[in-house]
Design a protein around this ligand. Sequence first.
Ligand code: AMP
Ligand code: ZN
Length: 465
Amino acid sequence: MKIYNTLTRKKEEFIPLDPSNVRMYSCGPTVYGYAHIGNMRTYLFMDALTRTLRANGYRLTTVMNITDVGHLTDDGDAGEDKMQKAAARQKKTPWEIAAFYSDAFFRDIAELNIVRPDITPRATEHIPDMLAFVEGLVEKGFGYETGDGIYFDIGRFPGYGKLSGLNLDDQLAGARVEVNTEKRHPADFALWKKAPKEHIMQWPSPWGMGYPGWHIECSAMSRRYLGDLFDIHTGGVDHIPVHHENEIAQSEALLGHPAVRYWMHAEFMMVNNGKMSKSLGNTYTVQDLKERGYHPLAFRYFCQNAHYRNKINFTFEAMDAAQTAYLRVLESVARHKAAPAAADQSAYIGAFIEAVNDDLNLPKALGILHSMLKQPADRNVYNAACHFDEIFGLRLADCETIIKEIRSLHAPQGETDPELAELLEKRTAARREKNWAEADRIRDLITQRGYAVRDTANGPVLEKI
Ligand code: AMP
Ligand code: ZN
């Protein structure tokens, strides 16, 4: 199996440290709000990697952290703690916020059929591990104290920048004007922050009450569960230049050797070719998609149409097309399921394995699935599709159920033309007034335009005839 290693900038043969226990760590959510579909793209990549490793016969231990303290609003050492800020806005405690949004996160990943990582440790439950890590760094001379915290001394770690390929000057060129003048180097980052009185989450430390820096959380929790050397670390590309560079610096400085063999990163999801951002109102969640009539698994299918190392552009038109294509796949699988076994499918299976083992080429693998499904109805096609589905995770074996679920969703907004939407509304109004004759007359007008109206628990939906 070949995977692309960000560190070496090459596709490499994956050689596990221990095939009976491949150890993998993925940066998880900061639970101060709902995860958006861009985040989900990265977790879907992690899921595809997990499934492919398992399909290759490896046994795995997977860890994904839940950040519930210490992630500041600018990803660096300035700004407010995201948890605390959300808590103040919602008049709740940070603990309540964390519980609420981590529940929402696990619900969303379950709906996307992402296999839940084996261990999902919370930062607030690992403060002693983090403190021990920071103390170790201070003892070795890599950490120093300032008025507001303990900082990592980047000048003492010559390997800084090896993951991103950025040297310190490059990094500084884009940096903000420095406010913390006590730092030895402007790119030095906080390992531990001293807590002002108003910071709700705080713990005793050798430097008084405080809370951990965001980066130390991942170094400490990965070490706790996966040891001093593990196989794979994943995340989104935005984490390469700061968060993961900092993790590398901390872990290697303490251990005296690298902690991770393969670094893997998912490219970004864009919306309408632009950035996803709260101010643009385009940070959609899985629940937003559902409200607009999309099945979570149709979003999963949508993501699989792009290679994880390419950007993917989300638009509702593309999402409509993905849902329709996914529905066709399910219908086709159902057709094969009902047929007797006939032809041998090993050529398709071989091509599929080759595609997924080539750095998770899921778009190519989907192409193979499509070609295979085009054959005459054959139970062997169904069996092979179910085998592929160990990696796709599209619940193909449950095709009848998912088809029903998709059909009962609202017609996607923007897909129906305004004239049809108006007719549908008029019909609903007529029915509300129990004017059945008028409702039937409008239904006929809709039928003449090529659509059938079906009344579901969620209201009427249009289906192409
Ligand atoms: P965060 O909660 O901001 O730490 O992000 C959680 C995960 O989502 C990280 O691995 C990020 O790299 C990733 N991520 C954030 N935004 C996007 C995006 N637009 N597309 C893909 N991945 C993203
Ligand atoms: Zn992390």
